[in-house]
Ligand binder design. Sequence first.
Ligand code: F6R
Length: 268
Amino acid sequence: MQIVIFETPEEVANHAADWVDTLLRQKPNAVLGLATGSTPIELYAKLVARHEQDALCFAKTVTFNLDEYFQIQPDSPQSYRSFMNYHLFNKVNIQKSNTYLPTCSETQNPRQQGLNYERLIKDSGGIDLQILGIGANGHIGFNEPSSSLASRTRIKTLTQQTLKDNSRLFGEDEYQPDKAMTMGIGTITDAKYVLLMATGKNKAEAVNNMITGPLSAHCPASALQMHENAIVVLDKEAASLLSDTEYYQWADSQNRKLNEKFGYYHNA
Ligand code: F6R
C-alpha cells in the first residue's frame, strides 16, 4: 500500500485528481471506477476544473460506478446516476453512453444484473483505476462487514449504520432504500490500481483497521492489503490513529521521486 497523508481534505482531492489526470493523459480511453458519497465530491470538482482550464479530456473515457440503490429510478435526485451527472458527467465531455452504474429496476433480476455488470466490465478491458471511499464500518462499495472477500457484483442489504450515515441525504418523507447493487470486493480488487480516499475523524478507526488490522471480512477495506497497486490518500484526521505515520511520510517522499522519474503507472 502507498499511504499518503495530507493536512487537508482539499489536498487529498488534489492528489487523487493528479492520479486520474495522469492516467487520462496517458491513456485517453482508460476505464475508471467511480464512487459516490461526500468524500469524492471535491475530487470531481477538481477534475471539472482541470477539464475547463487544462483541457483534461473525457471523450474516450469509460466509467463504472461502484454501486446504485436497488430499484431506484435513475432520475430520482437520490440515485447515484443523478449524483454522478450533477458532480461530474454533466460538466465534462464524457459520453453518457460510456458511463455505467450497476442498476436494477423493479422488473429486473438482481442476480442477472450483477452478472451483466461483471461482463460489461470484463468486455471493456477491466478497470484501470478504481476510486474508493470507506465507510465508518470499513465497507468499500456497499460491501458491508461479513461480505465475502471474493464477492462479485450483487445485491446487498445495507447495515443500520450505513442507513443512518446516509440518512442525511434523504428528506424526512423520502423513501430511503435499504438495499443496493454493488461491485463485490473481488470486482474491486480486480482493478489494476485502486485509490481510496478518506477524510475526517469518523473514518480514523476504519482506516486503522484497513491498514494495520487483520485481513478480514469484518473490515472489507482490509482486502486492499492484498492489492498490488493500492494507494490510500488520507487527511491527518483520518490518519490520526495510525502509529507508523513517520515511515509512511518518508516512503511517500521517496515514491514521489520515483513517480516523477518513472511515471505514476507501470502497467496502464
Ligand atoms: C459510494 C460507496 C461507499 C462510500 C462510503 C463513504 O459509492 O461505495 O462505500 O464510499 O460509504 O461515504 P462518504 O464519502 O459519504 O463518507
